[in-house]
Write a protein that binds this ligand. Structure first.
Ligand SMILES: [Zn+2]
Length: 364
């Protein structure tokens, strides 16, 4: 029943990863800090004053805002401002965000790639007893339109390959006959809520995984899935102290459910569980694999389940895909394409088809 995914070991580095050096760019010179914006928002109770201050703050600091800061503000503004997140504030933040958004560049892919670990897919479960072991695995990805973080350099040979170009176009564009899902009984539904808040608890994470990295990955996924039409925000568990009407989804690490999955979305319990054992093993067995990318792909996949995408895509590149079933049937690549052996084909973030299916499922 488990649909094991074939994961190839390829990986690139997201351009704006907040773990590591990139996030440390000129910390002293930047006055636009998302944490300052949040502190301002939380310090003012009056709704109108809060809106005015927010707009003042954005007009004062927004122009010099580093991308990662404005990105964080954009992902969280609805939570931080609550009812003061008026259309005007929303629009201001959006414009700043778009003005700072880096242009796409190429991908960076690590050299090796022969070892193809099999990861038990993650899945969603609607009830507490039904485990859905379809998995998410990663891929390199350029993102579809509107999705921010794009990978950097790519191994030149791979980047120049036809397979790679095909993958990129499959990510960016969804052709009319391409919305195909596995006929395995799972049916799409509506998103959990129009406003969803992913509450991250770092407790139990593998020691090599930093809280910042997971937070950033969650924000990427949340923001990318906003294209479906819901609002997805992310907060650290310790920072959550008020209810703003969002459905809260606890993002946690544990192996209690032992479902053989690397990640699991439980729609009923509103939990997104990541397996520490799976990530530890992944790293042990695949030293060349970029775990941030694996995490991104798994998180994007699971967050997709909360958007209403319960079925899995049969299109290999979709982040909601799985690659093959027990009967040996395989996922598909446009034009009868063959799964490349040198890089992971599945996207890290929702593709054009993932978003389209999501919008249809939700009646948008
Ligand atoms: Zn799944």
């Amino acid at each position: 029943m488990a649909k094991a995914l074939h994961v190839q070991a390829v990986l690139f580095k997201p351009a704006c990863a907040t773990d590591g050096a990139l996030a440390q760019d000129n910390p002293a010179t930047s006055v636009c800090k998302a944490s300052d914006f949040r502190a301002m928002a939380y310090s003012i109770n009056d709704e109108q004053v809060r809106e005015r201050r927010a707009l003042e703050w954005l007009s004062r600091y927004g122009k010099d805002c580093p991308f990662n800061e404005i990105e964080m503000i954009r992902s969280n503004v609805s939570v931080w401002l609550g009812t003061s997140n008026t259309p005007k504030v929303h629009q201001t933040v959006k414009e700043l965000y778009l003005s700072k958004k880096p242009l796409p560049s190429s991908l960076e892919i690590s050299k090796n790639s022969n070892t193809a670990p099999v990861i038990q897919p993650s899945g969603s479960i609607k009830t507490d007893t039904k485990a859905d072991p379809k998995a998410a695995n990663e891929t390199t990805s350029t993102a579809p339109k509107k999705i921010k973080k794009l990978p950097n350099k790519v191994d030149e040979k791979i980047a120049a390959s036809k397979e790679f170009a095909l993958r990129e176009s499959e990510i960016a564009q969804c052709l009319p006959d391409e919305l195909v899902t596995w006929n395995d009984g799972d049916k799409d539904g509506k998103m959990l809520s129009p406003k969803m808040l992913y509450v991250y608890d770092h407790q139990g994470a593998p020691s090599y995984v930093s809280e910042d990295a997971v937070f950033s990955v969650l924000q990427q996924a949340a923001s990318a899935w906003d294209q479906c039409g819901g609002q997805n925000a992310v907060m650290l568990k310790r920072d959550v102290f008020e209810d703003n009407g969002s459905a809260k989804i606890l993002v946690q690490w544990n192996d209690k459910e032992k479902l053989g999955a690397i990640g699991l979305a439980n729609i009923t319990k509103k939990t997104l569980t990541l397996s520490p054992d799976a990530f530890v093993n992944l790293r042990k067995n695949n030293t060349n694999r970029n775990w941030v990318e694996t995490l991104q792909m798994v998180v994007s996949h699971e967050v997709g389940h909360f958007q209403g995408l319960i079925a899995h895509s049969k299109r290999c590149v979709d982040v909601l895909s799985y690659y093959s079933n027990d009967a040996g049937e395989k996922c598909t690549i446009r034009g009868k394409g063959v799964m490349p052996q040198t890089f992971e084909y599945r996207a890290l973030l929702p593709t054009a088809c993932d978003i389209q299916r999501c919008r249809i499922a939700n009646g948008f």
